[in-house]
Ligand binder design. Structure first.
Ligand SMILES: Cc1cc2nc3c(=O)[nH]c(=O)nc-3n(C[C@H](O)[C@H](O)[C@H](O)COP(=O)(O)OP(=O)(O)OC[C@H]3O[C@@H](n4cnc5c(N)ncnc54)[C@H](O)[C@@H]3O)c2cc1C
Length: 507
């Protein structure tokens, strides 16, 4: 079957939806193929037991770890992708993240793009996702061409008190940049939003509510749900991608287009391109560099709970504060350690889901005094850390790196929290099932021998193959990835739009 399309986009997450929004005004005929369906609205959407204990939104698709054991990753397949569940933190990478830098164990190679190259795309991405924030508070905030599109989401009273305590403890608390309409979110229910599904269309500006809705307002853009791409075909010489094989309603269809953009998420995009190997591309499509699937990164992250029996936490959503005092160069370590930000409000039921042996009343009592934090350190690219396909299985062999920096970040943060008046500090380091910040498997770079896509996210090997999701991030930095994915997808959209108009396909 021919689709008469100019561009097929595979995946409607941050990367795919943002690319669709960038291309929509060109008039090019765009089809977004999404494996999942629209996330249904129901009472479960704001029920912490349904979400965290019963896992009603989780997929049953398992991946294989390096130890050969299957595991259930925290990966979501819906229209809008993982952003339907995200914490809506929309950070720019810091200017230093684009440069080579030494870490406690190893080095980050830097990008073939500078922060100045990325700044205009970050500004557009912030506008697209209607980011709330303030540039005045965080000493690591990179130079900006303009202010945040909207003022920061306000702290609740308990968080205002926390902010003052942190200031006295010697760090620089700052408002988290958030893609969130707090009034709309709270109208639907008085809960936090981190890991809660964004149903009913209001509140979080995720990939579906933001860029996909903008794209679908154009008559030249269509979305096909329940459409899982199982392979890409090239012409016999391997010079161009010619078709996507799509499984839908139990049948396999062959859809053709002039350009193909893969945005299925860092693990699924790598798996799809590896599975599409053919005689002309025996190691997978776009893999002459042998870097496809390699350099898998996921951030080193921990949850920290800080407690003082005499300080109550009566906040509803909590997640408005961060500090980056250890981000660029911790004085003691002489190396970057990472970012500290609030988690969404931890309720008794959420705590119970994490520690099932805890009696529920005790979990509630602890939660009423707990402030939850999310600590992130950079995971460094390593070609041996990789995604592979074995038969029908996806293997994720994540080789963690730079954990000494993460342990030091935990130590430094613990000291800050004690100075801020929290004698009890509990920490849990997240393991390999937490794949939420997956990236790196189709790294971007100028050198075709060492990267999969060029700085416009176009394959070095196949001129009509684009990759526009977390796969292309050459480094993970230590801030949340979504805004950088969106900024790169907008940059790719400009390059692809220009190409379409040169080919006479755009409007
Ligand atoms: C609970 C949680 C909280 C998070 N919080 C934050 C945060 O606050 N800030 C932040 O920056 N990041 C956050 N993240 C991470 C962020 O959500 C991801 O980095 C981002 O959404 C990745 O976007 P993507 O486009 O790369 O891929 P995805 O979101 O994975 O989108 C890929 C899409 O492709 C579809 N797909 C997959 N395979 C196929 C196929 N074969 N055919 C067709 N379609 C396919 C999927 O269903 C999905 O819709 C969070 C993630 C989670 C899970």
């Amino acid at each position: 079957m021919s689709t008469d399309c100019d561009v097929i986009i595979i995946g409607s997450g941050i990367g795919g939806a943002t690319l669709a929004s960038a291309l929509a005004p060109t008039g090019a005929r765009i089809m977004v193929l999404e494996r999942g369906e629209h996330l249904p609205d129901s009472p479960d959407a704001r029920d912490d037991v349904a979400i965290f204990e019963r896992g009603v939104y989780r997929s049953s698709e398992e991946w294989l770890g390096a130890d050969g054991k299957k595991f259930l990753p925290g990966n979501y397949y819906y229209v809008g992708g993982n952003s339907k569940f995200y914490g809506a933190v929309m950070y720019r990478y810091r200017a230093q993240d684009f440069l080579p830098r030494r870490h406690l164990r190893g080095a980050s190679p830097g990008w073939d793009l500078s922060y100045a190259d990325m700044e205009p795309w970050y500004a557009r991405a912030e506008a697209l996702f209607r980011v709330r924030g303030t540039a005045a508070e965080d000493p690591t905030e990179p130079p900006r061409s303009g202010p945040y599109p909207h003022p920061a989401v306000p702290d609740e009273p308990a968080i205002r008190d926390l902010r003052a305590r942190l200031g006295k403890a010697g760090v620089h608390p700052a408002s988290l940049p958030l893609a969130l309409d707090i009034d709309a979110w709270l109208r639907r229910g008085k809960t936090g939003w981190d890991a809660f599904p964004n149903t009913g269309g209001a509140g979080k500006i995720d990939a579906e509510v933001g860029p996909l809705a903008d794209a679908l307002a154009h008559p030249n853009v269509t979305l096909l749900t329940g459409a899982q791409v199982i392979g890409l075909e090239t012409d016999p010489a391997g010079g161009q991608v010619v078709a996507a094989l799509v499984r839908r309603d139990g049948r396999t269809q062959r859809l053709t287009a002039r350009h193909f953009a893969v945005a299925a998420g860092a693990v699924q995009s790598a798996a799809l391109l590896l599975r599409s190997a053919n005689a002309a591309h025996p190691k997978g499509l776009g893999n002459r560099s042998d870097q496809l699937g390699r350099n898998f990164m996921n951030h080193n992250t921990s949850a920290m709970i800080t407690l003082n029996p005499f300080i109550r936490n009566d906040s509803v959503y909590q997640k408005t504060l961060c500090f980056n005092d250890f981000y660029n160069d911790d004085a003691g370590a002489g190396a970057p350690l990472g970012n500290v930000q609030l988690l969404g409000r931890i309720t008794g039921n959420i705590l119970k889901a994490q520690v099932p042996g805890l009696p529920r009343p005790l979990a509630r009592a602890i939660a009423s005094r707990a402030f939850g934090w999310f600590l992130t350190s950079e995971d460094l690219p390593n070609p041996d850390s990789r995604v592979l396909v074995r038969g029908d299985d996806i293997v994720v062999d994540w080789q963690r790196s730079n954990m000494d920096a993460h342990h030091m970040l935990i130590r430094r943060t613990r000291q800050v929290m004690r100075r801020a008046g929290f004698p009890v500090v509990l920490v849990r380091i997240f393991g390999n099932k937490t794949t939420s910040h997956q990236c790196g498997t189709a790294r971007l770079g100028a050198d075709p021998a060492r990267s999969v896509v060029n700085p416009d996210c176009r394959s070095h090997d196949l001129p009509n193959l684009w990759i526009t999701d977390a796969s292309v991030l050459p480094t993970s930095a230590a801030v949340n990835p979504a805004l950088t994915i969106a900024a790169l997808a907008l940059k790719a959209g400009k390059a692809l739009g220009d190409r379409l108009s040169r080919e006479g396909q755009g409007g």
